[in-house]
Design a protein around this ligand. Structure first.
Ligand code: UDP
Ligand code: MG
Length: 313
């Protein structure tokens, strides 16, 4: 029988030795009750505790438990990517290993997907974390709504369900895993959300703190750029550069008129400096845009330019 696996559960785990076994127990109960074929892929992100040994024990008892183990801590984006690359399911569910995400929500995710969504993200509406985490998260999600137009409450919630087609050409690295809904929506897929139960962490400790807000700010600029200008960098840099150059040229023309027709000295005028500066910076920005175009051009050859939703053949 080579029937396709229906569900892949992808779980990044970094030093979660006390959580993986109970999590498996919870998942097994919920998934078996669904009556769908499934695989559970643990991605051991270079754990230094007994996480991998515990996963191995599970794998020996149940062949539906799979594991990818990293040579070092490559961080969550890499862990998720590896999980996506190796998942065989039609639907991929990602969740944290720390038991904060409640496996009983999985049927809810699937029901929402059935309504025609390609990605459903959880919304931890009663989040069981410290204020140091809740406040940055609020700000983060507000910024996402403002800048990207993706209207979900909890964009970086790792508890999600994604259709295979939407995962295929997702290119995530660094902090970009927190913007998966934005990236997926940008490809034309339909993004929805459901409220999920969130539980406090019992074992092990959180790997993230307040500083993630600051790192996140740069990622937001990247995301905005990648989703709005990735194909046409010249439209951003060229526009800015052209405006600056034109202002510089206007200043230069004005000063030339004064010098040539009215004979006024212009050598000591700050305006001259500004004019020259604007022309120089403007041309540099335009060239930057052109270099960006070259990079985008080579990149487009490797990246999928479109996603086919349906095929009639
Ligand atoms: N994680 C990971 N690699 C890392 C950091 C975290 O795979 O470098 C995993 C971690 O094991 C957990 C999930 O990512 O399953 C979320 O981590 P954590 O609970 O520390 O984050 P929080 O819930 O506090 O935001
Ligand atoms: Mg957690």
């Amino acid at each position: 029988m080579t029937e396709k696996t229906e569900l892949s559960i992808v779980i990044p785990a970094y030093n979660e030795q006390d959580n993986v076994i109970p999590l498996y127990g919870e998942l097994k109960k919920v998934l078996e009750s669904l009556g769908k074929s499934f695989e559970i892929i643990f991605v051991d992100d270079g754990s230094t505790d007994r996480t991998l040994q515990n996963i191995k024990e599970l794998h020996e008892k149940d062949e539906r438990v799979k594991a990818l183990s990293f040579s070092k801590n490559f961080q969550k984006a890499a862990a998720l990517s590896a999980g996506f690359d190796n998942a065989k399911g039609r639907v991929i569910i990602t969740m944290d290993a720390d038991l904060q995400d409640d496996s009983n929500e999985i049927p809810g995710f699937l029901a929402k997907l059935e309504q025609g969504y390609d990605l459903v993200v959880g919304w931890k509406h009663k989040r069981k974390d410290s204020f140091a985490k809740k406040i940055p998260s609020r700000i983060f999600n507000l910024l996402i709504r403002l800048f990207t137009g993706t209207r979900v409450h909890d964009c970086d919630c790792n508890f999600r369900a994604i259709r295979e087609e939407a995962v295929k050409d997702l290119n995530i690295y660094g902090g970009l895993y927190r913007y998966i809904p934005v990236l997926v929506k940008n490809k034309g897929h339909k993004v929805g959300e459901i409220k999920v139960n969130h539980r406090p962490r019992k074992h092990g400790k959180s790997k993230y703190g307040f500083n993630r807000l600051f790192k996140g700010a740069f990622d937001l600029v990247t995301i905005k750029f990648l989703t709005s200008y990735n194909n046409r960098p010249l439209h951003l840099f060229g526009g800015l550069g052209a405006m600056m150059s034109l202002a510089g040229i206007a200043i230069g023309a004005y000063l030339s008129v004064i010098r040539l027709y009215y004979g006024e000295p212009i050598g000591g005028r700050p305006l001259l400096l500004l004019g020259v500066l604007l022309i120089l910076m403007g041309t540099q920005l335009i060239s930057m845009g052109l270099i960006g175009e070259m990079i985008a051009n080579t990149y487009q050859r490797t990246e999928h330019k479109y996603v086919i939703r349906e095929r009639l053949e």
